[in-house]
Write a protein that binds this ligand. Structure first.
Ligand code: 13P
Ligand code: SF4
Length: 328
């Protein structure tokens, strides 16, 4: 056996050991592990539930576990805390933030509201608890069109994602959206030129984009949808070749779950570095030592929770995620 082969086997055995340790610890502490689908595959595999942010919010709200270990970015763990404030919510690596969510703070939002006085505020779930508290209703990329459509006002403020905001505007031409200038650095890494190159290289492929991409990019795609919509679209579509214009973790999960289809993405890989901070090692330590605990000031909890609850009330009436769901 070569040294190379040996080290690969050792690594797999090591991973299996820590996998088993995490599952045993989660059982001992009555912890539920919620993992976003952009996480490393090994962190997805050890989870109780894997999904998009909407599905994970619902799991956080419904859980009767004592501890919620959240492998996602900071605003997702905050959302879990808002929906279940009596629970201890842990973000194993506190560096895991969302640069798009950080593009708007409460002062920015107040100034934007003054420019468009009277318009209700729809905030993307990719925002801090403080921004949610200052907004009227929340949305995810799965339900953004439904949420905006549900409002009686014609003029609506949409923060912070301009890619998703433009997508909602395109779908609801009778509304007038005032869209904030935030964006996702990972999805905006994908250029229109790269989409043209993929078309030329793979003329039979179906090109699928997340609405967080630059509108110049998603306009060139055959299908635009949220993380869960992309997953379901590719799984159910009769075509066999797909180019995914979204984050690499979703692509890796689809490649693993739908091996009969050829699923690729662009180069350089659209990778969200913030999503990759969590590893099996720091997840284990996070649950063991109970860090890093998410804390939200009392005066923010109630208004921010209401903003999310209003969204869930509307979206619960609809079928949403039917992608991967690990069952521990
Ligand atoms: P989802 O709402 O689809 O989970 O996406 C969150 C996100 O951060 C996408 O970049
Ligand atoms: Fe934020 Fe973009 Fe990363 Fe999603 S992919 S967490 S929007 S930076």
């Amino acid at each position: 056996m070569s040294i190379m082969a040996r080290s690969v086997i050792d690594k797999t055995a090591e991973k299996q050991e820590i996998f088993n340790q995490i599952r045993a610890l989660a059982k001992e502490k009555n912890a539920v592990i919620l993992t976003h689908i952009y996480q490393r595959l090994e962190v997805q595999r050890v989870a109780d539930f894997v999904g998009d942010s909407l599905m994970l919010s619902k799991k956080a709200e419904a859980t009767d576990a004592d501890l919620i270990a959240f492998c996602g970015v900071h605003f997702m763990a905050e959302t879990a805390k808002l929906l279940n404030p009596k629970k201890k919510v842990l973000l194993p690596d506190i560096q895991s933030g969302c640069p798009m969510a950080d593009m708007i703070n409460v002062d920015d939002l107040r100034a934007f509201k003054k420019e468009h006085a009277g318009a209700p505020v729809v905030c993307y779930i990719n925002s801090s608890a403080a921004v949610k508290a200052e907004s009227d209703i929340c949305c995810t990329s799965t339900n953004a069109v439904d949420i905006v459509e549900s409002l009686s006002e014609k003029e609506i403020i949409f923060v912070p994602d301009k890619g998703l905001g433009e997508w909602v505007q395109l779908n609801l031409p009778d509304k007038k959206l005032h869209i904030y200038d935030g964006f996702c650095p990972t999805h905006w890494q994908i250029t229109p030129l790269e989409v043209d190159k993929q078309r030329e290289k793979l003329p039979n492929a179906v090109i699928v984009a997340h609405p967080e991409c630059n509108p110049e990019v998603w306009r060139k795609a055959d299908f635009v949808g949220s993380t869960s919509a992309i997953y379901n679209f590719v799984k159910d579509h009769k075509a066999t070749q797909f180019v995914i214009l979204s984050e690499q973790g979703l692509v890796a999960r689809m490649q693993a779950d739908i091996p009969e289809k050829e699923i690729t993405t662009v180069f350089p890989l659209p990778l969200c570095p913030n999503m990759k901070y969590h590893s099996l090692e720091n997840l284990y330590l996070g649950i063991k030592e109970e860090f890093t605990e998410i804390k939200i000031p009392d005066e923010i909890i109630e208004p921010a929770r209401l903003t999310i609850e209003r969204m869930l009330e509307i979206s619960n009436r609809r079928k949403t995620w039917s992608g991967p769901v690990n069952q521990g």
